[in-house]
Design a protein around this ligand. Structure first.
Ligand code: ZN
Length: 71
């Protein structure tokens, strides 16, 4: 019975996000200096996200480094 109670408590903690990592959009990685990087959908290069992460859309991930790398 005791193990069941502990398991339920852990399950509840997981469900409530206690162990959740900061959620990043798909394909986004956090750099060592606190910046965020994403992969350009056009050229495949990784680039630093300059907009607010909340506004980042993985479907419109372009580095802007060349005319074809624009949304
Ligand atoms: Zn690009």
């Amino acid at each position: 019975m005791r193990a069941t109670v502990i398991a339920a408590a852990i399950w509840h903690a997981i469900r409530s996000g206690a162990f959740a990592l900061p959620s990043l959009p798909e394909g986004v990685t956090e750099g060592p200096d606190g910046t965020y990087e994403a992969k350009c959908r056009a050229c495949g290069e990784r680039y630093e996200i300059l907009c607010d992460l909340a506004d980042f859309d993985p479907d419109y991930s372009y580095c802007g480094g060349s005319p074809r790398c624009l949304p």
